[in-house]
Design a protein around this ligand. Structure first.
Ligand SMILES: Nc1nc2c(ncn2[C@@H]2O[C@H](COP(=O)(O)OP(=O)(O)O)[C@@H](O)[C@H]2O)c(=O)[nH]1
Ligand SMILES: [Mg+2]
Length: 348
């Protein structure tokens, strides 16, 4: 990830004077070869566990000589695909496309992989996942999700991105529920050179959010990121609280929060989806961070996440350190998912 800017394709371009680049800006430039290698690199290493399983299964299924596409084959293929936690819907589509194209004929590994990639790309198409940006004043980002999904760590990662670009960041320790959460965020703030606004333990998170946004506005900060306590979508009062936190921010800056990121734990696979459905409406989620992709054997889950939430996956978490973070790129993701399989297929 080092040397590659998850916010876009900025590093290929010289920075004008000291007008530090705004990491929220995006360009239409097509990525350079270097950037593509970088994106593919993260995806490849993060998806290692998933790819190893898929690789073995599909290689065994098709064999070196290719395989006749009949019902038995299609059933087996389906079973292997859902092992990646891509879900029934996507696995059915991939299977059906293979059936339409190859039924009664022999399919080779490379053709199967090409067809699957094409289907997934179609399903996952998304606008470039830019972070929203305030027209004027600080951009406010609120971060929500279930307990332990990776919210606070993802905030540290976002913070590092911004501070490394010379942006001034204010963090709001809105998880007043656990004292350790405030401490965790304070440590990151100190380390990353951000200001932090905290409240009383057990206090009202909305008042912390208010104070943080107000501080950011008064001190002319560039970015304000608000942490929130983990919660379950079944806890109606806590879900309502997210709405309250939102509303309070908009009293300071009318269109805040500009971005609400839902952090999902990739190691939870399909469970990550069922646990978080209720967040989109309650918190007005605008984008997804898929954390812990590095440790997940269920890396196919990015596919149903994209489909079910109808929201762009904006970032992926690739480790516990603040730099282990990358902008999500559909093409790199899909290439990596089948990379090993395709390579082996070519060798066969
Ligand atoms: N391997 C890995 N671990 C992560 C990632 N993001 C978070 N974690 C770990 O997951 C645990 C919970 O993270 P935390 O940010 O405290 O979750 P929160 O409760 O949602 O705020 C911590 O041990 C983090 O270090 C990631 O992208 N990769
Ligand atoms: Mg936390």
């Amino acid at each position: 990830m080092a040397g590659w800017n998850p916010f876009g394709r900025k590093e290929e371009k010289p920075i004008d004077g000291d007008s530090a680049e705004n990491p929220l800006d995006q360009t239409e430039d097509s990525p350079s070869t270097d950037a593509r290698v970088g994106m593919f690199g993260w995806a490849k290493s993060a998806l290692k566990k998933t790819v190893t399983v898929l690789n073995t299964d599909i290689r065994d299924l098709v064999g070196k000589e290719g395989r006749l596409v009949d019902d038995e084959f299609l059933d087996e293929l389906f079973a292997y695909l859902i092992k990646t936690d891509m879900g029934n819907g996507p696995a059915e589509r991939i299977r059906d496309d293979i059936q339409d194209k190859f039924r009664g004929r022999k399919v080779m590994m490379i053709d199967l992989v090409d067809s699957a990639k094409e289907t997934i790309l179609e399903m996952m198409q998304q606008e470039p996942a830019e972070l929203a940006q305030a027209d004027a004043g600080p951009t406010v980002i609120m971060v929500v999700g279930v307990n332990g999904s990776g919210k606070t760590t993802s905030i540290a990662k976002l913070c590092q991105l911004f501070t490394s670009q010379g942006k001034r960041v204010v963090l709001g320790a809105g998880d007043t529920f656990r004292a350790a959460a405030v401490q965790q965020l304070t440590v990151w703030a100190d380390r990353l050179g951000a200001e932090i606004v905290t409240g009383k333990s057990g206090g009202d998170p909305a008042s912390v959010a208010y104070k943080a946004v107000d501080t950011a506005k008064k001190s002319n900060a560039d970015i304000c990121i608000i942490d929130t306590a983990g919660r379950l979508q079944t806890q109606a009062n806590l879900m309502d609280e997210l709405g309250r936190i939102r509303r309070v921010m908009s009293k300071v800056i009318e269109d805040a929060p500009h971005e609400v990121l839902l952090v999902l734990d990739a190691t939870a696979g399909q469970n990550a989806i069922s646990q978080a459905r209720g967040f989109t409406e309650a918190a007005g989620v605008s984008g997804i961070v898929l954390a812990k992709l590095d440790g997940s054997a269920k890396g196919g889950v990015a596919i149903p996440i994209r489909q079910e939430f109808g929201l762009p996956v904006k970032f992926v978490g690739l480790g516990e350190t603040p730099d282990a973070f990358a902008r999500f790129e559909v093409q790199a993701y899909v290439d990596a998912l089948f990379d090993q399989v395709a390579e082996d297929g070519a060798d066969a």
